[in-house]
Design a protein around this ligand. Structure first.
Ligand SMILES: Cc1cc2nc3c(=O)[nH]c(=O)nc-3n(C[C@H](O)[C@H](O)[C@H](O)COP(=O)(O)O)c2cc1C
Length: 189
């Protein structure tokens, strides 16, 4: 309960890796999420060390393809592209979470819901190990070219999130939550 309330989304990370064994434990806890038909739809590509370059190259290429980054050699463009690259590379680990696309929209929702439960379980487990995460949904995730560039078949696989992972440098303040009474209708009779 303490972890549920104290966990924060982490935006800045220490320059320190999380041990692979700890990351495996974190995602193992994640995998105890509920899953319809026991499908366990979650899959992870974990990028770290030199491996991050593959992901970051795919992200930058995607941003260029969808027009969020220019491709000219103007110093301003080069600077913007390089600062994006540096920002992403200094994050210790990136976990790309993906699942197989179900054609039936109901089944698709079920799979996505289970993957989200997996992600939140993992975030809470991570918090217990002092590890911070940022759940990101970004424009490149919706770009089929990006999905193909990271070696997935975009016609069969959907990227649900990219988690940024590391030891927190700074803890954001707790902004609290709306009292649940404002979101809850009790029907007793
Ligand atoms: C589905 C989902 C997508 C999110 N995407 C982003 C994102 O792209 N960038 C970001 O900074 N935070 C993202 N967040 C984190 C939220 O901004 C964060 O959970 C919210 O501000 C509450 O802060 P807390 O997690 O510290 O309680 C996302 C959260 C969820 C659940």
């Amino acid at each position: 309960m303490q972890a549920i309330k104290a966990r924060r989304s982490i935006h800045t990370f220490k320059d320190e890796e999380v041990d692979e064994a700890v990351l495996k434990k974190i995602f193992t806890y994640g995998s105890y999420a509920p899953t319809h038909y026991m499908n366990e739809p979650w899959n992870i590509k974990l990028y770290q060390r030199e491996g991050k370059r593959q992901l970051v190259d795919a992200i930058i290429t995607s941003y260029q393809r969808i027009g969020m980054l220019k491709t000219d050699d103007h110093p301003k463009t080069v600077k913007m592209t390089e600062s994006m690259r540096e920002f992403l590379l200094q994050i210790p680990h990136h976990a790309l979470i993906f699942f197989e696309i179900e054609d039936d929209p109901v089944r698709y929702e079920e799979e996505y819901a289970a993957v989200c439960a997996f992600i939140q379980n993992a975030q809470l487990a991570a918090w217990k190990y002092g590890v911070g995460m940022l759940w990101t949904i970004t424009p490149y995730m919706h770009d089929k070219g990006f999905v193909d560039d990271v070696g997935l078949d975009s016609s069969t696989m959907k990227v649900a999130a990219v988690m940024q992972i590391g030891y927190p440098k700074k803890l954001p303040r707790d902004r609290g939550r709306t009292p649940i009474e404002q979101k809850m209708e009790i029907i007793s009779g």
